[in-house]
Write a protein that binds this ligand. Structure first.
Ligand SMILES: *Cc1c(COP(=O)(O)O)cnc(C)c1O
Length: 420
């Protein structure tokens, strides 16, 4: 049954991804690094090209036809993203360069203006550097205090410790929805409900969830949510911030410039309405339009179907990886059906450096990442300098998992023979 389902999703979409049909070092490419950046389907590449070939003009300015077309396509992309995450209003979606910029927007605009000395910011030790460093900078500037939620023995977000940690002084909780290293899916709805009881705001880093599962910001009740386009089939240079309307209305601009103003005088300015207040300068127009095309593409397949298919891949990936004795996988185990975690595995191989593992499997055409995956504090908690990470998406197949496992086994055997 699983085989039939797989044929319907991966086999159907693979022709849409030209990049996947190439050889690397004379071997068919197995791209297992989608958590770092996903590949882009033809529909997205076409949207980008169509904009530059047919509609290229600046937005919100010209009284000419191309500018109207560009503006309609750009704002249409905002509508698509708003629907994709079920925002209550299109004005709750702000385009940014990436998720990092979206977090910095909240940190500088909201954090800098709302945090007082002694106020608390709670993050988790598994956060991506993008959701740590901006808060460190703002904490230094405001005198706010950073606190961290640790891991349970199963390598998951410690909800009980979070309950102990949060106080009336907690003003912000920043949590990753799906960890890009551990692959755990955090109980964000519970975290948000607890935080709101203390009057704290919650920012969700959804970089690894928005591309892989249905997201409903209203059901989640997060105050802000961020994601990057390039991990969800869109180009680089475009991401977005979702924020509750009343919060975004109260937040001052993050950057000043064209597009974000209403009127400019020599001594002061008034600002544009949402969402333009937060989009200073000419935006990444083509990239935003292509993000809209990516959202259409993903919705066309169905986020629930993508998630279910990735669970099947997860089950198979873990089943195979567990059979290699020298491999240690970090984060929670999936159920037999592949539920409870993302389709990625960070692992180490006894006696081997993670960068040697990725370099050697690359010789077999397999692209996996190695290093700290922008989660150095987490790697310190895990007690390793780096891990190797295989991360999958809906265009990957069981046959590719077999190819990866074969390359990994050969790598381990090669090192054993060298070391003997
Ligand atoms: C990739 C990633 C980020 C940062 O995204 P950028 O596109 O580099 O800004 C933040 N958090 C998580 C969990 C990520 O996977």
């Amino acid at each position: 049954m699983t085989l039939i389902k797989e044929k319907t999703i991966a086999a159907k979409v693979r022709p849409d991804f030209p990049i996947l049909h190439q050889e690397v070092h004379g071997k068919p490419l197995i791209y297992f690094d989608s958590a770092a950046t996903s590949q882009k389907p033809v529909a997205v590449l076409d949207a980008l090209r169509h904009y530059y070939e047919q509609d290229n003009a600046n937005v919100h300015r010209g009284a000419h036809t191309l500018s109207v077309k560009a503006t309609e396509a750009y704002e249409g992309a905002r509508d698509k993203v708003a629907r994709f995450v079920n925002a209550a209003s299109r004005n709750e979606i702000v385009f940014t360069r990436n998720a990092s910029e979206a977090i910095n927007l909240v940190a500088y605009s909201w954090g800098l203006n709302n945090l007082q000395p002694g106020d608390e910011i709670i993050l988790s030790v598994m956060e991506h550097h993008s959701n740590i460093v901006p808060w460190q900078i703002i904490a230094q500037k405001t005198g706010a205090v950073l606190k961290y939620v640790e891991l349970t023995s199963d390598g998951e977000f410690d909800l009980e410790q979070f309950r102990q940690l949060i106080t009336d002084k907690t003003k912000l909780v920043g949590v990753v929805h799906v960890s890009n290293t551990l692959g755990c899916i955090n109980p964000v709805e519970e975290i948000i409900a607890i935080a709101h009881q203390y009057g704290a705001k919650v920012l969700i880093d959804a970089c690894q969830s928005v591309p892989h599962m249905p997201i409903d910001v209203q059901a989640m009740d997060c105050d802000w949510l961020v994601a990057s386009g390039h991990k969800m089939c869109a180009p680089t240079g475009i991401g977005f911030l979702y924020g509750k309307l009343d919060l975004l209305l109260a937040m001052p601009p993050f950057m000043g410039g064209g597009e974000m103003i209403s009127e400019v005088f020599l001594d002061h300015s008034t600002y544009a309405e949402l969402p333009h207040k937060f989009e200073a300068g000419t935006p990444a127009i083509g990239e935003a339009i292509a993000l809209g095309a990516a959202v259409d593409y993903l919705s066309g397949i169905g986020m629930d179907k993508i998630h279910a298919y990735e669970e099947e891949l997860t089950a198979y990936l873990f089943e195979q990886l567990r059979q290699i004795p020298d491999v240690k996988i970090y984060g929670p185990q999936p159920t037999a059906e592949g539920k409870g975690r993302a389709a990625l595995a960070s692992f180490s191989v006894t006696g081997l450096d993670s960068s040697d593992v990725s370099t050697l499997v690359d010789q077999e055409g397999v692209a996996i990442r190695s290093g700290h995956h922008c989660t150095q504090p987490l790697h310190r908690v895990l007690g390793v300098a780096g891990t190797a990470r295989a991360s999958l998406y809906f265009y990957n197949t069981r046959e590719e998992i077999d190819g990866f496992i074969k390359a990994l086994k050969e790598t381990i055997e090669f090192f054993k023979s060298v070391l003997e």
